[in-house]
Ligand binder design. Structure first.
Ligand code: PGA
Length: 226
């Protein structure tokens, strides 16, 4: 299977989000080997989830961009995994922007993985170099098996300069040794022009796309060329 993930980060109004999804569902028919995952900001999830159910767009899943490292309880402001199961199927955790701007530790990210998997959510864990080994080592081995891992080199995120494919190939080999059998995605300045190159890297099962997923036409173009 091919995973194609649109990470909107902290962009878009609710109207823009609805318009994007409406147009996407009406214009793009996912191929049978594709899993399309849209990751909007938290406040839009319920609305977009209802839209997907109404339109019976079964090959399109929603993902959160984060979840709380705690279960339900007295944790003001936190969105627990338990709350969003049934609304999304997938959670993204450990994105480098979360690790950097929100000071998330490897252990906190590992706790998120555990809590999400316990309620049956699929986890996309983001890792980067040179920390991938420690980031993966923080997980209990039982939680490692069901992950999708997104390799996102720090210098490639949002810069317009993806990492050289040769270097991505080397890191993917290393991640495969640390987490055998986990699908591995690449993320970092993927766009319609370069997507085919990165999709063709051995061991790569998909793309995590930020900037190039914000305009629906551009994202569809990227999917068609992937
Ligand atoms: P980018 O972001 O495609 O804008 O580089 C990727 C990501 O951070 O997930």
């Amino acid at each position: 299977m091919k995973y194609l993930v649109a990470n909107w980060k902290s962009h878009k109004s609710i109207d823009e989000a609805v318009e994007w999804l409406e147009k996407f569902v009406n214009s793009y028919q996912p191929k049978s080997d594709e899993i399309i995952i849209i990751s909007p900001p938290f406040p839009y999830l319920f609305k977009l989830s209802e839209m997907l159910k109404e339109k019976r767009a079964g090959q399109i899943s929603l993902a959160t961009q984060d979840i709380s490292p705690f279960p339900l309880g007295a944790y003001t402001g936190a969105v627990a995994a338990e709350m969003i199961k049934g609304v999304v199927e997938v959670v993204i955790v450990g994105h480098s922007e979360r690790r950097h701007y929100f000071h998330e530790s490897h252990q906190e990210v590992a706790n998120k993985v555990t809590l999400a998997q316990e309620v049956g959510l699929r986890v996309i864990l983001c890792v980067d170099e040179p920390y991938a080994q420690e980031q993966l080592a923080a997980l209990e081995s039982t939680h490692l098996h069901n992950l999708v891992i997104a390799y996102e080199p720090l210098e490639a995120i949002g810069t317009g300069k993806p990492q050289e494919p040769e270097q991505v190939t080397r890191v993917v080999e290393k991640i495969q040794q640390l987490a055998p059998k986990c699908p591995i995605l690449y993320g970092g300045s993927v766009n319609p022009e370069n997507v085919a190159v990165y999709m063709n890297i051995p061991g790569i099962s998909g793309m995590l796309v930020g900037g190039a997923s914000l305009e629906v036409d551009k994202f569809i173009d990227l999917l068609r060329r992937s």
